[in-house]
Write a protein that binds this ligand. Sequence first.
Ligand SMILES: *Cc1c(COP(=O)(O)O)cnc(C)c1O
Length: 368
Amino acid sequence: MIPYLDLKTQYQSMKPEFDAAVTSVLESGQYVLGKEVGSFEEEFASYCQSRHAIGVNTGTSALHLALLAVGIQPGDEVITVPNTFVATVAAILYAGAKPVFVDVHPNTLNMDPSLIEKAITKRTKVILPVHLYGQCADMDPILEIAQKHYLKVIEDAAQAHGAEYKGRRAGSMGVMGCFSFYPGKNLGAFGEGGAVTTQDPALAKTVKMLRDWGAEKKYHHDLKGFNYRMDAFQGAILRVKLRRLENWTESRRSLAKQYDAEFQDSEIRIPNASYSHRHVYHVYAIQTPKRDELIQFLSQQEIQTNIHYPIPVHLQKAYSDLGYHSGDFPVAESLCQNVLSLPLFPELKPAQVATVAEAVRKGLAKFS
Ligand SMILES: *Cc1c(COP(=O)(O)O)cnc(C)c1O
């Protein structure tokens, strides 16, 4: 069996380091925020080429607080994309704003900058691009449009730890970047976690207050805040993992390159990594119109796959009240029919990549 993802192997490969980190938190008596979270924040900020990082309990909370910190008010509009994890859109709604979708570009699968200006209204406050699959959105035109219209850019970097766009790291380009440390992400906790990165000390201070009940000083609540604190175990574990992240990312990139080469002479559409400098391959997604047949075939060969995502957010039942319809975003809608995520994690073996690729080619030959 080839799993889509294997988190246990990573734990076992560094068991003494993780066990020591956990024990040291147990013995410290400090279980929420504290020294380990503070040190992780410094290390992660520097990793992201940012001056500040604020640890929170989930990536969703990171997005929620980033939107509140820029002063989003009920009725404001936030421009984002429909082919994302539902949390991007949920966070906009938590902040009281209205999500406004623009379609993605068929080459980048990320926000299509040429469609943004048509979506801007008097109520637009924020552009929220998602760095899907570990590849940065096309940030230069996005930042330029934002500047021209006095809008803020907040990056959903939940899938893009360490990704780069023209040498700049994900989370360092907009006013804030939002990360998730959900276990399956490129940098994953042993539980839930998230962070906001920013270059702006005032925004950092606001997010820091909002995550801990709006108080700078205990029991003095200057802002209406939340309990979105990161726990100390996750801080300690993430510090251990951050030291290995570059190695793991290089392993992902090299396995992705191997998939690319395996599919070179087939009709399969492979990820286009040409416009950005560093794709970190949170997901390796191919595109084929025979997707559903292929999943069946691969699962018979005991190869696990995934779909990111089968339904675009604007067509999800829960969000039908946003007023969008089938046909509104043809590129995102067609991707949902055609994308297929293949097994990819740092500990996957090149021989397993070869096995998966051969099965994919065999399957497609059978169905065409
Ligand atoms: C994972 C993810 C989130 C949410 O992160 P959680 O930590 O699960 O709350 C948000 N946006 C995107 C694009 C994600 O992939």
